[in-house]
Ligand binder design. Structure first.
Ligand code: FAD
Length: 344
């Protein structure tokens, strides 16, 4: 990592002492909280403790009071609740306006948003409106021990380096975070406050109407929810090899995923690609078969609880992140695993 200082930034650091608190935009669809919201509350708690500041969730929609308890249990000290029929389902301008007004009124120090479809739509527009920078797609967040500012880490230069970005010149420090990167926490006994926000929106604040919603039909469970993932790379070498991985995944009640190479070749669907330009996963067990372990792939799976790598090259980088490594031909190793796991 190398810090790059732009000449265009002001030399004087403004006084931000009136900004306080770590905020999380609480994404929900049809009254169901996005998993990433709970993950963000986990890291927000850590950041809040370091800064000795409160964690707030901002929940926008209609008839959502029942979700506030979940947000508090997962780490929010307070929930800003903005409810109105025109706020459900999500519409960009309406949610941006509510967020903008709340930020201007309460001046948070940090704002975290999930790097989901909704988050990627909301965050850039909001950062423009509020006039602050945005670090998109972060994979790690921490507080600088000396300057006490947010350090935001994300892949840069095509994923070849991890850049750590610090924003000294505007508040809130705003970041989107990829789903699956942070860990959610729960505390059954936690108490929190609900702050009901007044919603005042006119036609000009909304502009769009949702006419109809179409559900994408999935052939498989989302890999981000799977506890076991059997992932294949170029070394699997074709459909027969992937059939073998599917058999192993079925025996372990898991899903099959793959590298970008095999997703592009059509051996796994695009939404089963793991990595920097695919999904970030953190299953209990990740079995990497015939995967070299390029940095762009590791970015999406290195937080898995237990990684098993099968590769015939002992120097493959995947072994650097593996808990167990099996050096060998996957066409021998996987059938043997299947044989041993198949009930007699
Ligand atoms: P390879 O790197 O070719 O590795 C194949 C491995 O299989 C080798 O290690 C080999 O030893 C092993 N092998 C071969 N035969 C056998 C056998 N019979 N038994 C056991 N082992 C065997 N990649 C991703 O995965 N996800 C991403 O999101 C992603 N995003 C990217 C974004 C950018 C901007 C760029 C530039 C690249 C991205 N990539 C991504 C691509 C990435 O750089 C690698 O090219 C890719 O991950 C390599 O895939 P692989 O491991 O399947 O293939």
């Amino acid at each position: 990592n190398r810090a790059i200082q732009s000449d265009a930034v002001p030399k004087e650091i403004p006084d931000f002492s009136d900004h306080e608190g770590v905020w999380v935009y609480a994404e929900q669809r049809d009254g169901v909280l996005a998993k990433v919201t709970l993950e963000l509350l986990g890291i927000a708690q850590e950041l809040g403790q370091e800064r000795r500041q409160k964690v707030s969730a901002v929940l926008i929609g209609d008839r959502l009071e029942n979700l506030t308890h979940d947000l508090i249990r997962h780490g929010a000290d307070q929930v800003f609740l903005a409810e109105d029929p025109c706020l459900q389902p999500y519409r960009t301008l309406a949610h941006v306006k509510i967020m903008e007004d709340l930020i201007n009124e309460h001046k948070p120090e940090i704002l975290l948003i999930g790097a989901t479809h909704i988050g990627r739509d909301l965050a850039p527009r909001l950062s423009r409106r509020v006039g602050v920078g945005l670090t998109a797609d972060c994979t790690a967040l921490s507080i600088d021990p000396e300057e006490k500012i947010l350090l935001q880490t994300r892949p840069a230069f095509g994923g070849n380096v991890m850049a750590t970005i610090a924003n000294r010149y505007s508040r809130p420090q705003m970041a989107t975070v990829r789903p699956g990167v942070m860990e959610a926490r729960t505390d059954e006994a936690k108490a929190g406050t609900i702050i009901h926000c007044e919603v005042q929106l006119d036609e000009a604040d909304i502009k769009t109407k949702v006419l109809e919603m179409f559900e994408e039909k999935r052939k498989h469970a989302p890999i981000t929810d799977s506890k076991v993932i059997v992932a294949g790379g170029r070394g699997v070498n074709g459909e027969a090899g992937f059939q073998m991985l599917r058999t192993l995944a079925d025996l372990l009640d898991g899903e099959v995923a793959g590298t970008r190479v095999v997703a592009e070749q059509g051996f796994v669907p695009a939404d089963c690609q793991v990595g920097q330009t695919g999904k970030t996963v953190r299953p209990e067990i990740y079995i990497a078969c015939g995967i070299s372990g390029a940095i762009q792939h590791r970015a999406g799976m290195m937080n898995s609880r237990f990684i098993i790598a099968i590769n015939k090259d002992p120097d493959a980088p995947i072994f650097k992140v593996a808990d167990w490594g099996i050096i060998g031909d996957l066409h021998d190793v996987v059938p043997e695993l299947v044989r041993q796991l198949t009930p007699a």
